[in-house]
Design a protein around this ligand. Sequence first.
Ligand SMILES: NC(=O)c1ccc[n+]([C@@H]2O[C@H](COP(=O)([O-])OP(=O)(O)OC[C@H]3O[C@@H](n4cnc5c(N)ncnc54)[C@H](OP(=O)(O)O)[C@@H]3O)[C@@H](O)[C@H]2O)c1
Length: 247
Amino acid sequence: MAKRFENKVVVVTGGTDGIGLTTAQAFAAEGAHIYITGRRQERLDEALKEIGDGVVGVQGDVSNLADLDRLYARIEKDRGRVDVVFANAGVSESAPIGGIEEDHFARVFDINVKGTVFTVQKALPLMSAGASIILAGSGAGSKGFPNLSIYSATKAAIRSFARTWTADLQSRGIRVNVVSPGMILTPAMQTYLESNAGIEDWMKQTIPFGQIGKTKDVAKAVLFLASHESSYVGGEELFVDGGFVAV
Ligand SMILES: NC(=O)c1ccc[n+]([C@@H]2O[C@H](COP(=O)([O-])OP(=O)(O)OC[C@H]3O[C@@H](n4cnc5c(N)ncnc54)[C@H](OP(=O)(O)O)[C@@H]3O)[C@@H](O)[C@H]2O)c1
């Protein structure tokens, strides 16, 4: 059977860990040429080994425009085009209102919002009709979790981008959608669960499906949004959260 992304050029920012890494592996298994990014060179080198053939790593920070220029210059030289962008790189930090420091605000908005805007904008000259952009949102963008106002606001901005950019890019045949994970078991989440007794039970009781999600669950949704299977889906936010936001 033909692979779904044979010879497609796919960019996954923050592809060295967690959801991004699993998604890059899923694209690789479907025949794509993948470009992953991340700030830590050591982690990037590990991820390249874990993904295997068909992947290139370009070290960089999505909030640094020169790093993004270097990424797309490399892709233009190698392949001359981009078919899929998964703007996944993001950070989550907490602070209660009353205790929000300027550098917390700047860091989270710079990476999650500015990083997403320029990851997408700088890819556009290499994209053409049929291309697909997937942005990483979060259930937090629709909920009111304590201490997460800045992170949650960045993810609400992501949802807004998908809607506006769908209008901006429809004439070029480029689709934009959001994948919004709920509570997903990444290495960082594992550490968090281990250091906070009782939190895993609370999550399982709170999530309608009764279990924490896997990075594979998100990857499957990203590949759907990237593929022709979702050709009439635009400006949408697809929650992968075991029913958490909806129910
Ligand atoms: N895990 C969840 O439960 C969950 C839930 C809702 C939404 N999300 C969203 O899903 C996305 C992925 O989350 P995750 O949990 O998989 O994260 P993760 O395990 O912490 O991995 C984040 C990845 O992004 C990279 N990264 C972080 N900041 C970056 C930057 N400024 N420039 C380039 N790369 C950067 C990291 O590498 P370096 O540190 O080396 O840069 C790493 O590869 C995020 O946007 C997050 O907000 C996750």
